[in-house]
Design a protein around this ligand. Structure first.
Ligand SMILES: [Zn+2]
Length: 178
């Protein structure tokens, strides 16, 4: 059970990171820490405002199509700076959808995965002969008056880390928050 959950959750982190890295790759150009994305007018190459409160749809200058591009620039062989075009030629793009996509850019995913890995590390299990079950190395057992042993593992923090992935293969309902 301990290793099943540790391996499964680590695999979820790995998969999220891998997809974000793959989304940041185009040809031999690549930002390992993940690209930041923004919507730009394809005619003027300028960033467009995305706000469903202001406009239902996102469009470029004079109604030009918009594209999702990396903020990061990559040098071209002829000296210009190129941006990764993740999605091109969008017209009548709903602002809510556009905003959500840009907010979930690869850079954010990779930062989030790094933070979740650190949380998971801090809340790892202690396995020893004295305890019949593993306990968290970080969380106290609030039911233990002597305060000498940790919360039974997986602690609530680890259980909450599984929520995001509870629709992924291999998930077991007993790992979720109770
Ligand atoms: Zn814990």
């Amino acid at each position: 059970m301990v290793y099943d959950l540790m391996n499964w959750l680590t695999a979820q982190f790995d998969a999220s990171e891998r997809w974000a890295q793959e989304a940041s790759r185009h040809g031999d150009r690549y930002t390992p820490t993940g690209e930041h994305w923004r919507w730009e007018c394809e005619d003027t190459d300028t960033a467009v405002t995305v706000d469903p409160m202001l406009s239902e749809y996102v469009e470029g200058v004079d109604g030009a199509p918009v594209g999702l591009r990396s903020v990061e620039g990559y040098p071209s062989t002829w000296g210009a700076t190129l941006h990764h075009i993740a999605i091109r030629g969008q017209e009548e793009l709903p602002a809510g959808v556009a905003g959500h996509i840009a907010r979930q850019d690869p850079a954010r995913t990779i930062r989030a995965v790094a933070a979740k890995r650190r949380i998971f590390e801090r809340h790892g299990p202690i396995l020893n002969d004295l305890n019949p079950y593993p306990v968290c190395m970080c969380c106290p057992n609030l039911d233990d008056d002597t305060n000498t042993e940790g919360e039974r593992w997986p602690c609530l923090t680890v259980r909450l880390l599984t929520v995001e992935y509870d629709d992924q293969p291999g998930y077991r309902p007993e790992w979720g928050p109770q």
